[in-house]
Each structure stands twice: as C-alpha cells, then as structure tokens.
Design a protein around this ligand. Sequence first.
Ligand SMILES: *Cc1c(COP(=O)(O)O)cnc(C)c1O
Length: 421
Amino acid sequence: MSLKERDKKHLWHPLKQHQTHPESLAIVKAKGCTLTDEDGNEYIDAISSWYTCIFGHCNDYIVNKVSQQMRQLDQIMFSDFTHEPAVKLSEELIKILPQNQNRIFFNDNGSTAVEAGIKMALQYYYNRGQKRSIFIAFKNGFHGDTFGAMSVSGLSVYNGPFEEFLIDVKRIPVPDGNNHEFILNQLKEYSSNLDIAGFIYEPLVQGAAGMKIHNTEGLNEILKFCKSNHILTIADEVMTGFGKTGQYFASDYIETKPDIICLSKALTAGLLPMAITSCTEDIYDAFLSNEMAKGFFHCHTYSANPIACSASLAVIELLTSEETQQNINRISESHQQFSERIKTHPKVKSTRHIGVIFALDLDIEVPRYGDLRDKLLKFFMSNGVFLRPLGNTIYIQPPYIISDQQLNKVYAIIENSLEIL
Ligand SMILES: *Cc1c(COP(=O)(O)O)cnc(C)c1O
C-alpha cells in the first residue's frame, strides 16, 4: 500500500478538513531545493517548507555539525544544567541580534516563543506590583496557535470555538504611510484608558496575512509611542528572522528596537524544532528577587536541546558568510526584475518584495480555502513547483541556495498559472 493510503488510517493532519480533503502528498526525500514524492516526482520547494530551510534541505554542513553533537551530548534538562551549544549559541546570537537584546530564553516552537514573550510582559508588571493585562496587536497578524498566541493573532476566522477563553487584545491597523495620525490617536486612547502591558507585531512583513509589507517609519512611530508610555514591545520575528528581509532581522530596518524578540522557523534551518525569546537586560532584571515566585516559571522539556542548538550554531555561521549575503542580494535583485515584468499583467493587482520574499496579489477574489485555491495549488504541483497561495496572494520565499535556473522556473510557472484563472 502507498504511504498516501496508509496515512489515512491513523493520522490527523493540521489545518485540514479531512472529510473534503482526505489526501496528503507523501514526500520520501528532500535535498537542496528539491522535494521528491513517493512516485518519484520532483518539486522545487519555493517556500522553504514554511519559511524554515533557508540553506536547502539536508544541508551537508548543518547535518555534519548536528551528527557530531549527537554523539557528544543529546539531551539534558535546562533547569539547573547548562552546556556548550546553548552557551555558545547565546554568545553568537547576541552578536547579530539588535543591540539592546541581552538575554536568551529557549522554547520549542514559534507559538511557545510568543507565549513566553506575552508571559514575560505580564509578569514584568506583576512583579513590580502593577496590574497591566491588555495587549495591543495589528489587525490580521499571526502569532501562533496556543492560547496566548491565538489571542494576539488577528486572523481569527478559525478561532471561533476558543474566543471566549482568549486574553483581551485591542487592534490597530498596520501603518500604510497615510494612517499615522489615526493610529497614534487610537494608541493614545487605549493607553490613557486601559492597562496595556505590551504591543506585539510582525515587523515589516505580516506572513500569514499574505506577505503584507507595511511602512517602516510608521512602525517606528508606534514603537516610539509604546516606549514613552511603558508599553513593552514584542517583535515576532518567527518568519522574518535570519535574513529573509535582507537584514539579519526585520527589526534592523527600524530605529526603535523591541524589548522582546521571538525567533523560530529558520533558527534551525528546518532541521529540528526550536525557538527562542530574547529580551533586554531590563526585562530580565524585573525577575530578579529573593522570592522564588518572581522568577520565570515557564519551561519546556526540550528547552535548549543541545542537538537543536548545534543546528542553530551552524545556521549563524552560514548566515553571516559572504556567500549567503551575496545569495540574498541575488534573489532580491531577481525578484525586482520579475516584479517589473509581472506587475502590468491584467490579472495582477499588485506586487511587493523585500529580501528573498516576493508576493503578488491577483486581481480576483480567491477564498483562503476553496476550489480556486485548490486549482492553483494543483497547477503549481503538477508543474513541479511547491507554492502555497494565501487567498489571492501568490508568494515566493525560496531557500537562499536556490539556483537562478530553479528561480526562473518558479517565475515561469507563476506566470503560466495566470492563464488558467
Ligand atoms: C509560524 C509563525 C508562528 C508560529 O510558529 P509555530 O512554530 O508554527 O508555532 C508565530 N509567528 C509567526 C510570525 C509565524 O510565522
């Protein structure tokens, strides 16, 4: 029996209505930018398997580092113990993170990185005897699927059954260059009437919303307002981190730096699940006390797993290399040219790009899940390209090692797909 058939017996997949979509594609191999399915068909992974494998699949350099670590120290609890990969990773990350970051806290996925960030902000005020319990977040943001992360996410169409259990969140629109005053007025109203603990945001690019890019100065104004009104700022760089936008972190483009940063996805380049919540020394200091209860009681069994840390150390080595920076620039320039070519197409409403991220909006309505979306997906896959449209947005976020030839194939298939609409 095929994997596809065996899968149906016991498995339950995420983000799936099994009754209408019973099938899953069985992948048996991945190398570089190429995925191979059980029938031997190959696909270019044009979205880095959900923004993770920035150096391609089964990258030899990372795999070697990880297998060395596996033979040395596999797992040890991170409460009361420490180890070289975690210590070294904290040192290396602090070198590339925005300068105000000084503490590294480990989690195991993007949602729990956000969860820890939210809890840090709440307890920061609690420890100081202040009650602040409300958060501000952008409309249409996405921050993950655990309760805290779900609460601050604005893409809430699928949160229905849980809404009454979520924490209180006030929403503001993303800055578009023209709504400056409107946003600041809203912020003033919230901060003078409510006890706001923090503001959480995806810096510059909202991933799940369809790679929507917002205004740098506008975001900086919001962050400045938060700083001067004691609202802690949490940058969710789970998608944007590690070079995607052309800088190490999207926060590098913005003058005002966040108090807390959430990292995952490309942190281990797709090899192992891990996440980090970094923060300033000021946040950390608020948890220092002779009272045990003022410490941060948030832990995951696999926090700072040594093998995952070793993958991440290899990622930072590769990320900071001249070759990677050249690759990111090459992809970015290539996107620019594709954008010029495609943006006048009658079925294209608009295009945008930053770093290795490219997106185009179709000039037609495509429901987030539905027949048209399925038709597009099928077209891409049957032409050997793995792309996953989000509503009427088609986006690319390739591994940095993608060849020009592969990238041109991705562009060509997108162009051809416009003809089937
Ligand atoms: C993917 C993502 C998350 C959630 O990460 P998981 O590892 O899937 O829990 C949170 N925030 C952003 C911006 C993301 O892209």
